[in-house]
Design a binder for this molecule. Structure first.
Ligand code: HEC
Length: 184
């Protein structure tokens, strides 16, 4: 494929991103458990980046916000599910044995995570300058998505809510999956 300036830039960004997120390569980086744990750590770092910008809106940079959202988007959904495709048990893993038995629930939570990340990506694209008031939650705005918490029912609703709200629901998605499928 002919490299346009755009694809060159994107390629460079993802290389820099991979280096930043992976850090020092560990000798065990090849096994499935280490790989999925590394992805989880990368998502945690991305979530921290986004959280920092909501805490200090002056630190908001659309490109960094978007990159963090895309990191989570790219590691959610079927990518996340595939990390837990078989019983790759090891002593280092905290994955619950119930994942395979409750596959649909696990996959649905993994997909929800991706939906929130897509909403955050859209917010960054719609707010290239400073963080707008429309990205922030209003004081007293109701949180949550019904009695079961976090399941996304309506994509329009998701894109219409303030990005900060979508971000909180995203973090609840991490917590929901961990509570159910990660062993302490
Ligand atoms: C669909 C389920 C699911 C979702 C969603 C999910 N996780 Fe996880 N996460 C797991 C499981 C299972 C493990 C344990 C993996 C293992 O040890 O093999 C884990 C482990 C982790 C770890 C520990 C990694 C390590 O080095 O041991 C971190 C950090 C983490 N998750 C962060 C996140 C963050 C942040 C999010 C949301 C942005 C998230 N996770 C969303 C299932 C999920």
């Amino acid at each position: 494929m002919k490299q346009t300036a755009y694809t060159k830039k994107v390629g460079l960004l993802s290389i820099v991103g991979a280096v930043l997120m992976t850090g020092v390569p560990s000798p065990a980086a090849e096994d499935p458990v280490s790989r999925r744990q590394a992805d989880m750590k990368a998502m945690a770092a991305a979530a921290k980046t986004i959280s920092g910008m909501f805490k200090d809106p002056a630190a908001y940079k659309a490109s960094e916000f978007k990159w963090a959202a895309d990191t989570i988007r790219d590691k959610s959904g079927s990518v996340l599910s595939a990390h837990f495709g078989s019983e790759a048990d090891s002593r280092q893993s905290k994955a619950g044995p119930n994942i395979l038995k409750e596959r649909e629930r696990f996959d649905r939570i993994a997909n929800d995570l991706g939906d929130y990340a897509v909403a955050l990506d859209a917010a960054a694209q719609n707010n290239p300058g400073p963080m707008s008031a429309s990205m922030r939650m209003k004081p007293g705005e109701a949180m949550g998505g019904g009695p079961l918490g976090t399941h996304v029912r309506d994509e329009q609703e998701l894109l219409a809510m303030p990005a900060e709200h979508a971000f909180h629901l995203m973090l609840q998605t991490c917590t929901t999956c961990h509570a159910k499928f990660r062993m302490e």
